[in-house]
Design a binder for this molecule. Structure first.
Ligand SMILES: Cc1cc2nc3c(=O)[nH]c(=O)nc-3n(C[C@H](O)[C@H](O)[C@H](O)COP(=O)(O)OP(=O)(O)OC[C@H]3O[C@@H](n4cnc5c(N)ncnc54)[C@H](O)[C@@H]3O)c2cc1C
Ligand code: SF4
Ligand code: SF4
Length: 1008
């Protein structure tokens, strides 16, 4: 069996191995409270991390308690099964990939267990993320300062495992400098306290003394070969006894055994609890942006700039600058930092308690640049908001770079080599030549302050052979390592060893020290059960059998129902230009490549103000995460989950809690659009399994709503008769705990006059609007459409309400898309296009109220095979508030609003957020004098079309609403206007907080 790849279920795996795994699972279930996930899809979801590797784990265990971990460790050890601790799984080198029992403690073991402000220490469980920890510390004026870019995902266990480093490491050091103690479980289950060596007792003392003896034996070799740079994270920290780094391990020169464990990548012990150092939160920060005429000059200046004592010196190169400029959201921010056309900029930050002192440091930076013959090259930023915006640009640039389509991808394997600053310019210049020689290029960014510049050459690692990506990866690694040696640097300077760099440990430290590192492993873990194959006894970095796209990987042929050809492309690694859509060679016509865009970086595991990913936010399950879904789809599409897996219930389960919020479309760095993928999936799944009665009831709403609205007392009876609600739950799966939206008799389109033909409009084209009466507003809340019409007319617009040729109101097809009836959705879309195109071509704007309907015209319509006409419609389609604000800014909107001395509390619909329409709704509300607008920092409301009405989703739906939306609404005064533009959001607010929420059109009409 090829152990690297996932064997299709039931194939390839030796029978005795499967029996053993089943026994292990049984025992774990019997003796722990944790979740035991041994099915093929779960194992597949844990077979990858943010690296290029994939190895099937034996099984996955999600402990509920610390005792569960201890039990799992003992049970696995008794059976000789290796154990692999895992946090966010965001490692870039394959640290969390292995044929072991993976223990994912990020779901439950994430508490702060003690806080000692006097000592400046906090004790945590390993599964807490850095952002969650720092949020809890903020009120105390302190933080844990190892500020990794993945702070929202990175767990403290994983950060300690990898010896992670933040942007401000020049000021605060790496993780190893910030861990005071570790309570660890050894592979045999023994619990040990690792802290100050002189106070160590028991096994910890014995192990410490044994390592000290090794260190003494190898002292000369350590002094000869150990990299002296601060950014060295490869190998074990054997030098704790004779520190070699330019930054000492401890301020008083004492030895701390916890530091021996930091960076051990789960190979020596399991960290049950970590004692971490805290520092005061800097009260003030200022930023100097230095503009350089050449990249070389920027690199050369870093060594001088660090002498001024900055807290960060971060690079943004020309490519990143251009990427930021190309993005409308970032253009003005990046341009505010530029002087002329620099080839690179350095973001130089100073932080401290006293702003005038920091401003003096900025002045010193300006002086220094003058001395370096670069006068007038510094943009000074002292305002907090401006600084924050620029840091966001630096992060976003990396994200855009990672979204390159095609099989060539920026690959991380030499991305964090560290060299002394005086050689940075030479090193980067020569490495650029290496890339060129191999027909590729890299974009440089990150930590100039400590000589660790990130760079990823674009390689197609699926290609085998001498000229293939894997071969190039080795060649580039070898040439890069020559440079690192020449400049006395460290090969692994930030991201650890894992599968891609453990092989280089011997290269870095030489045979004697490598043997000593193996002895450390032997001392801690004599049976080799802790995360084998990392740091010592490694595999080859270019062993293609261990790759996610291993030899033989292929997507199975599939005819998608949506157009994915934009993903079916290849790229030129030297120029990043793409081939024509449809030419990428994907057997699934681009759908496979769209799914493969997920590079497992884990950014979707977040809880910030954004939307992504609501179902993960409430479940914390890998299965219900964008990454988990993308992995499930990839494995199914490539036959790694058995025959017909793509339309199986396994995939259905993974897609089921996706609320199609499109949070990922906007917030995933590589643009994974799971909502669109769910439409594709449902189409195929339902073709195989058929549609349920509930599907039909939901999907055909636009077709029967007209009849239902003629007899609303009958259609709405279900909401008044509990027995009917219960029967509805049993037969249709619609939750009896929910009220359903109520049909109204005064349907908007019934009272609207027939739309004039385009030529009959009286106003000129810029003042013509076709109001899209979506099914939900039309039949459930017609007052919203009336309000919108009044506001538009007050603004001087001529408003027409178009219908289909058959007289039936138009429908965008959303209910059909949501139930996988894509062919029906195409029929509705065609009808809508035919009705609206004449107006669009005459210059009218199409305006809609319901975000999910209106944005469908700009999004799904473009991939439904509707041709170029869909683009014409998309260009002319506006959400009501977008239109009002655009027209108001252009001076064409004539209405004057009266003051409303009130508070408006705004909840954004997910699609408003996904399409960047939140500023528009805020600006539209601000047109009303004296109205104070406050936005709720909410993700999805949880209703999401029909999702929340379904009995099987009720609990998850309410949990989503309770995460922030409903508590915020409940806190609002009775007088506050709750504003929500989504029909289902309003319903959820009404159901959950018994408050009426209104569409923005209703607020504006009140102020006329
Ligand atoms: C886009 C991107 C940006 C990144 N930026 C940075 C950066 O700025 N700085 C940086 O240093 N890194 C960075 N990384 C790498 C990675 O995010 C960090 O190393 C992070 O700290 C890993 O945290 P995690 O919770 O995902 O750990 P995981 O990947 O889950 O685990 C990391 C290692 O720790 C071990 N481990 C986890 N928990 C325990 C435990 N309880 N006991 C023992 N061992 C354990 C694991 O076995 C593994 O070997 C980046 C990665 C990505 C994808
Ligand atoms: S879905 Fe996007 S954000 Fe999530 S892991 Fe994949 S690439 Fe990263
Ligand atoms: S569409 Fe929303 S729920 Fe679905 S995967 Fe993306 S972020 Fe998660």
């Amino acid at each position: 069996m090829n152990t690297a790849q996932l064997a299709p279920a039931g194939q390839g795996v030796k029978l005795d191995a499967r029996i053993e795994a089943a026994d292990l699972a049984r025992e774990l279930r019997a003796h722990t409270q944790g979740e035991v996930l041994f099915d093929a899809a779960s194992r597949g979801r844990y077979a990858t991390d943010a690296s290029i590797y994939q190895i099937e784990p034996v099984g996955v265990f999600v402990p509920k308690t610390e005792n569960d971990v201890a039990s799992a460790l003992r049970i696995a050890a008794a059976r000789g099964v290796p154990l692999l601790p895992r946090g966010g799984g965001t490692s870039q080198c394959g640290q969390t990939v292995g044929a072991a029992l993976v223990v994912d403690h990020s779901k439950h073991l994430r508490n702060v267990t003690a806080l000692d402000l006097e000592r400046g220490e906090v004790e945590v469980q390993p599964g807490i993320t850095l952002d969650a920890l720092n949020a809890q510390l903020k009120p105390h004026g302190v933080w844990h300062p190892v500020d990794v870019s993945t702070s929202a995902q990175a767990t403290l266990g994983g950060m300690a495992g990898n010896n992670s480093c933040g942007s401000r490491s020049i000021a605060y050091g790496n993780m190893v400098h910030n861990v005071a103690g570790i309570t660890a479980l050894l592979a045999d289950g023994t619990e040990c306290e690792f802290g100050a060596f002189d106070r160590a007792t028991g096994r910890a003392r014995e192990l410490g003394e044994a390592v000290r003896a090794l260190a003494q034996r190898e002292r000369a070799e350590i002094e000869r070969l150990w990299p002296k740079v601060m950014r060295r994270v490869g190998g074990y920290n054997l030098d704790v006894f004779h520190p070699q780094s330019e930054r000492p391990y401890t301020s008083d020169g004492s030895v701390n055994l916890a530091q021996l464990l930091v960076g051990s990548e789960g190979t020596l012990a399991y960290f049950k609890r970590l004692r971490l150092k805290l520092v005061p939160l800097p009260a003030q920060r200022v930023l100097g942006v230095v503009n350089f005429p050449t990249f070389y000059a920027a690199m050369d200046a870093a060594q001088h700039i660090v002498k001024l004592g900055p807290t960060a010196v971060e690079l943004v190169d020309r490519t990143m600058i251009e990427l930021a400029r190309a993005n409308p959201a970032f253009r003005s921010v990046i341009e505010s930092a530029l002087i002329d056309e620099p080839e690179a900029i350095l973001l130089v930050e100073f932080a401290g308690a006293d702003k005038p002192a920091l401003i003096a440091q900025l002045a010193r930076l300006v002086e220094l640049m003058g001395e370096l013959k670069l006068p007038d090259s510094v943009v000074r930023m002292t305002d907090d908001a401006a600084q924050k915006a620029l840091w966001e640009v630096r992060k976003a640039g990396l994200n855009i770079m990672m979204s390159l389509k095609g099989d060539g991808k920026p690959v991380s394997f030499i991305e964090d080599c560290a060299v002394p600053l005086e050689h940075l310019a030479e090193y980067t210049s020569q490495l650029t030549d290496v890339f060129r020689k191999h027909g590729t290029r890299g974009t440089w960014y990150a930590h100039a302050s400590v000589g660790t510049l990130h760079v990823r050459p674009i390689l197609d690692i699926r290609e085998g052979g001498e000229k293939g990506g894997a071969a190039k990866m080795r060649a580039i690694a070898e040439e890069a390592s020559e440079l690192v040696r020449r400049y006395k640097g460290a090969y692994s300077g930030e991201h650890g060893d894992g599968l891609s760099r453990s092989e280089w440990v011997a290269w870095q430290f030489g045979p004697r020290l490598t043997a000593a590192l193996e002895e450390i492993k032997q001392l801690f873990d004599p049976r080799g059960l802790m995360n084998p194959g990392k740091i010592v006894r490694p595999s080859k970095m270019d062993d293609r059998r261990l790759f996610r796209f291993a030899p033989g990987y292929a997507v199975l042929p599939l005819q998608p129902v949506l157009d994915w050809s934009a993903w079916n492309v290849q790229n030129d690694p030297a120029t990043e230009t793409l081939t024509a859509p449809g030419t990428g060679g994907d057997a699934a016509a681009g759908f496979g490549k769209a799914v493969e865009m997920c590079n497992n970086n884990g950014h979707c595991r977040k809880f910030d103000a954004g939307t992504m990913c609501p179902s993960y936010r409430v479940t914390r399950d890998e299965q219900h995460l964008t990454r988990g879904r993308a992995n499930t789809l990839r494995l199914a599409l490539s036959g790694q989950l058995g025959p017909d897996a793509f339309t199986s219930d396994t995939v259905y389960e993974a897609m089921d809690l996706c609320v199609s919020c499109k949070g990922c479309k906007r917030e995933c760095p590589t643009g994974v659009d799971m909502a669109k993928m769910k439409i594709e999936f449902l189409h195929h799944y339902k073709q195989r399994h058929g549609h349920t009665l509930k599907d039909k009831l939901v999907a055909h709403l636009p077709r029967y709503a007209g009849i239902a609205s003629r007899v609303p007392w009958l259609a709405n009876l279900r909401n008044r008769v509990p027995l009917l609600a219960q029967l509805g739950e049993r037969w249709l799966g619609l939750s009896a705990q929910r009220s359903l939206p109520e049909f109204r008799a005064d349907v908007f389109t019934r009272s609207a006059p027939p739309a004039p033909a385009p030529a009959q409009f009286k106003q000129d084209a810029r003042k013509q609007v076709v109001l899209l009466a979506d099914t939900f507003n039309n039949y459930y809340e017609p007052d919203n459409l009336r309000a919108a019409q009044r506001v538009l007319e007050a603004g001087g617009y001529e408003v027409a309400v178009a219908r289909g040729a058959d007289g039936r109101p138009l429908c965008c097809g959303r209910t059909y898309l949501g139930t996988g009836m894509v062919d029906q959705a195409k029929i509705e879309a065609r009808r809508l296009l035919d009705a609206l195109l004449p107006y669009v071509r005459a210059g009218a704007s199409v305006v809609g109220l319901e975000p999910s309907c209106l944005f469908g015209l700009r999004d799904e319509y473009l991939v439904m095979g509707l041709g170029a006409e869909a683009e014409e419609l998309a260009d002319a389609s506006w959400l009501f508030e977008e239109f009002i604000v655009r027209e108001s800014n252009a001076g064409r909107f004539n209405a004057v609003f009266k003051p409303l001395a009130k508070q408006a509390l705004l909840h954004g619909h997910c699609h408003q957020k996904a399409f960047g329409a939140m500023p528009a709704v805020i600006d539209a509300l601000r047109l009303v004098p004296q109205l104070k607008v406050q936005t709720i920092e909410s993700s999805c409301c949880g209703m999401a079309g029909s999702f929340g009405y379904e009995a099987s989703h009720y609990i998850v739906s309410m949990a989503m609403a309770e995460a922030s939306l409903l508590p915020a609404v409940r806190k609002a005064d009775a007088d506050t206007l709750i504003v929500a533009d989504g029909t289902s959001c309003r319903h959820q607010i009404h159901d959950g907080a018994q408050r009426a929420a209104v569409h923005v059109a209703q607020v504006l009409v009140q102020a006329l």
